[in-house]
Design a protein around this ligand. Structure first.
Ligand code: SF4
Length: 196
């Protein structure tokens, strides 16, 4: 399925309990051939109205996080969520809802082909890694999502409520940048070695 077909499929999807209460689906935004892919949990009220992930206060914090590593929304990064429809009352998506939506995100990741995925918060990490463990125990290591390296940090909405953890998020972004540099260097040396 290409981008156009995938977007249309998401727009008409009624596969889980979130469909009846959404205003609109929130597909994803950004550079569709980005090296970075950031994944959050699901749309909030403002995202549900606008159809774009990470708008509002948490979105502004995410934009600052992106700027700190030299990228910007629409330039070098693609942003998506585990579920494409807003969970009522901003509750966490349930496992069945995340499972129903997982094929859409999987296809988005295949189409983008990122060098590195950054999972934002426990819901994103749990669903991408298939393990229900605290964010704190996943930070600072490179994990794997279907062959794509993945690192974990806190969700911007969590950081707004827990300001002291912003320092840890900055450590995670530095780790992500170092990981990206190492991955890029190893790919370019592989390409050089394979050149005729
Ligand atoms: Fe479909 Fe995903 Fe929306 Fe559920 S959250 S209705 S699976 S698009």
């Amino acid at each position: 399925m290409d981008w156009t077909a995938l977007e249309a499929e998401v727009e008409r999807c009624t596969a889980c309990a979130l469909a009846p209460t959404r205003t609109r689906t929130v597909f994803g935004v950004g550079d569709r051939s980005a090296r970075w892919l950031f994944v959050g949990e699901g749309p909030g009220a403002e995202e549900d109205q606008r159809g774009e992930p990470f708008v509002g206060q948490a979105g502004r914090l995410l934009d600052n996080m992106l700027a700190s590593i030299g990228i910007a929304r629409g330039n070098g990064v693609y942003i998506a969520n585990i579920v494409k429809c807003r969970p009522p009352g901003n509750r966490n998506p349930e496992a069945a809802e995340a499972q129903a939506c997982s094929a859409f995100l999987r296809r988005q990741i295949e189409l983008v082909g990122p060098t590195l995925i950054v999972a934002l918060g426990k819901i994103a990490a749990t669903n991408l890694l298939g393990r229900d463990v605290p964010v704190g125990s996943l930070r600072g290591r490179v994990h794997d999502y279907r062959g794509v390296p993945l690192v974990v940090t806190y969700h911007p909405a969590y950081l707004l409520r827990n300001l002291p953890d912003k320092a840890k998020a900055w450590e995670d972004l530095c780790f992500a940048m170092d990981t990206m540099q190492a991955l890029t260097a190893s790919r370019s040396s592989e390409a050089t070695a394979g050149a005729p």
